[in-house]
Design a protein around this ligand. Structure first.
Ligand SMILES: Nc1ncnc2c1ncn2[C@@H]1O[C@H](COP(=O)(O)OP(=O)(O)OP(=O)(O)O)[C@@H](O)[C@H]1O
Length: 626
């Protein structure tokens, strides 16, 4: 029974960074720098608001020690006016500064989030397919959406709140010490358990925060995989199993969230309780000191009012700390992707060779390739020359490394030994831009984008070409790929073809992907079995037109059908990581046992499927197209 989609540990995130929270978060500085002036202004506004709150008790102290202590005559109430106005003014200032802070930080917060998202996406686009084979889509999605949203909220609120809380506590405790001496020291003693609790909480919460964010990513992945594979799930009646698996994962995440909330509640309660207990001790001591005349009543009132102001930030520490730890996890998860080195890079500008005019001669010399983590190389000493303008079919048993070899030509991965040369240039000495203009690939699994037919087909065509030229390339490519069905779509070439082109049949998608490769007018065309969903007649028609239109284009066709092989000028046999024979189809049939056995197994495979019906556009019906 096929297992339902589930999180794959092999593709989930590596362990979090070993950096401390501050060092980890500081890595954001280059991205946050442009927003710093406004963030700092927002911080200043927050601090101003907090200081205004701390100043109110001092005004009340002067009131208690002044007019209230000396007594007020019935008609001499003006002494109350100034303190009242001062308290009112400070209150208004506090509210105004909080509003100002909101306005100041809103813009830079969203800006930083957008920049980080773009940086992440740009890096994802640059990383080679091998990276995307290892990482699940859900993990990348949750890192670029949920994590970065979390970071924005922390930047505009959590970070400022944390700094303001710490400053308020430090300044407030300073005022307490200055106002009430020993009483302040007693209050300060409460900082010891607060620090211990905050430290222990940080260590525990960091682990849970990481777990929760990783589990969210896995859950997103399950949704993505299930939606993507909805046809298979339905066809195999695995909907209920998928739901069960999803529910289990959702339940696991729920339990983690409860642990998170539980930890947060414990720390918040402790942080609430400790200052209250400390204040109770201070009250007993304060009353005794006041009765003994060692402290004025005004100072005692100011002490408790100030302590009340400090208590808020102390209690908030639980919330701001957890926000900070969530943000730190988000930063770690962001950098795990962004700091993944890209092994396929451009040469230094000074060393880059220009791909001048050429006819597309392709040479592979001693090419070896081993997948990361694979014990053995897939290719090990491939020597092959594709003369300019010829069509070579590459055949080999399944898993012999044909697609892997095709991937090396446009540098979707780099050889681990040997070299691939186009017109005398090692592909690694060319800029990837030049190389990918010269080499176009049509894959067996055709990926289309949710865009119009026109946009999909012209994907590899230079945007700067005049519209008339682009139009000509488009129409020609559609005709060569026998994709004229597009003219019957509701809006013809302007029809949006939906997510991944799933509204089209497999054969239709393949022909559009082929049209895309043809329209790019490459020097070297790699066809990784892109006609597998076509019937033989359509395949022949496509290949015949390809020969006319792409005369002079060097073509490598990965062939899984005898009919494809027969259309090529030459055939190369891939076996045990090497090219074991090269010749015409006829020559190899006569001389090469291995080739004969491959062709015979291809014929058997083909016979087994040849009785499938075809749709009017030549798409072979498969389970997915029904
Ligand atoms: N991303 C990957 N990581 C590790 N191993 C891989 C990866 N992709 C392919 N392989 C392995 O490399 C070998 C060659 O695969 P490849 O897809 O190149 O074969 P192929 O000849 O094109 O097969 P087929 O004819 O079935 O399409 C296989 O053993 C495969 O399991």
């Amino acid at each position: 029974m096929p297992p339902p989609p589930s999180p794959s540990p092999a593709r989930s995130a590596p362990a979090g960074s070993q950096l401390g929270t501050v060092a980890s978060v500081l890595r954001l500085l280059p991205y946050v720098r442009p927003a710093l002036p406004r963030l700092i202004a927002g911080l200043a506004a927050s601090l101003g608001a907090s200081l205004a709150a701390l100043a109110i008790p001092r005004v009340l102290q002067s009131l208690v020690e002044g007019p209230l202590a000396t007594g007020l005559s019935a008609d001499d109430r003006t002494a109350l006016l100034w303190p009242t106005l001062a308290v009112l003014g400070l209150g208004v200032a506090e509210a105004g500064l909080i509003l100002l802070r909101r306005n100041l930080v809103m813009y830079p917060g969203t800006r930083v989030e957008a920049v980080l998202r773009t940086v992440l996406f740009r890096h994802l686009l640059q990383l080679p397919p091998a990276f995307h084979d290892r990482w699940s889509g859900g993990q990348l999605l949750s890192r670029s959406m949920a994590d970065l949203g979390l970071l924005r909220r922390w930047l505009v609120f959590g970070l400022l709140q944390l700094v303001v809380s710490l400053v308020t506590i430090v300044v407030g405790v300073g005022i307490l010490l200055a106002t009430a001496g020993w009483l302040g020291v007693v209050y300060l003693a409460g900082a010891v358990p607060v620090t211990v609790i905050a430290y222990r909480f940080s260590r525990r919460y960091r682990v849970i925060a990481r777990l929760s964010q990783d589990q969210s990513g896995d859950l997103a992945n399950t949704v993505e995989e299930s939606v993507h594979g909805i046809r298979v799930l339905k066809a195999f009646g695995r909907g209920d199993a998928a739901l069960e698996s999803f529910s289990d994962q959702a339940e696991e995440l729920r339990r983690t969230e409860i642990r998170k909330a539980g930890n947060q509640a414990t720390v918040t309660t402790s942080l609430q309780l400790i200052p209250e207990l400390t204040l109770a001790v201070c009250l007993i001591l304060g009353v005794w000191l006041a009765a003994d005349g060692q402290i004025s009543v005004g100072a005692l009132v100011a002490f408790f009012l100030t302590a009340a102001v400090i208590n808020g930030p102390v209690v908030d520490l639980g919330m701001t700390l957890s926000m900070t730890l969530n943000a730190r996890t988000a930063v770690d998860r962001f950098f795990e992707v962004v700091e993944t080195p890209n092994p396929v890079t451009d040469p230094a500008p000074a060393d880059a060779e220009a791909l001048g005019p050429g006819d597309g001669r392709l040479v592979l010399r001693g090419v070896a390739f081993r997948y990361e983590d694979a014990p053995e190389p897939v290719l090990d000493g491939v020597d092959l020359e594709l003369p300019a303008g010829t069509t070579t079919a590459l055949v080999g048993l399944t898993g012999s490394g044909k697609s892997t070899l095709a991937m090396l030509l446009p540098r979707l991965a780099d050889v681990t030994a040997g070299s691939v040369e186009i017109d005398g240039h090692d592909v690694r000495a060319l800029s990837r831009h030049d190389l990918r203009r010269a080499v176009a690939v049509a894959f067996e699994d055709p990926t289309l984008f949710s865009a119009s037919v026109r946009e999909n087909v012209l994907l590899g065509v230079d945007d700067s070409l005049p519209d008339t030229v682009r139009d000509r390339l488009l129409h020609e490519a559609v005709e060569v790929a026998q994709a004229t069905f597009v003219h019957d779509l509701p809006q013809g070439l302007e029809t949006r073809i939906g997510e991944e082109g799933l509204s089209l049949s497999g054969g239709q998608r393949q022909r559009l992907a082929l049209a895309r490769a043809v329209a790019a007018r490459p020097r070297v065309l790699v066809l990784d079995d892109p006609l597998s969903a076509l019937d033989v007649a359509t395949e022949e028609a496509v290949t015949a037109r390809l020969r006319q239109v792409l005369a002079g284009t060097t073509t490598l066709v990965i062939a899984h059908r005898p009919s494809t092989v027969a259309l090529a000028d030459r055939v190369a046999v891939l076996s045990q990581g090497r090219v074991s024979a090269v010749g015409t189809h006829r020559e190899l049939l006569d001389t090469d046992d291995h080739y004969r056995s491959i062709i015979s197994s291809l014929e058997q495979d083909w016979d087994a499927t040849a009785h499938d019906t075809t749709d009017p556009h030549g798409a072979r019906h498969t389970e997915d197209t029904q």
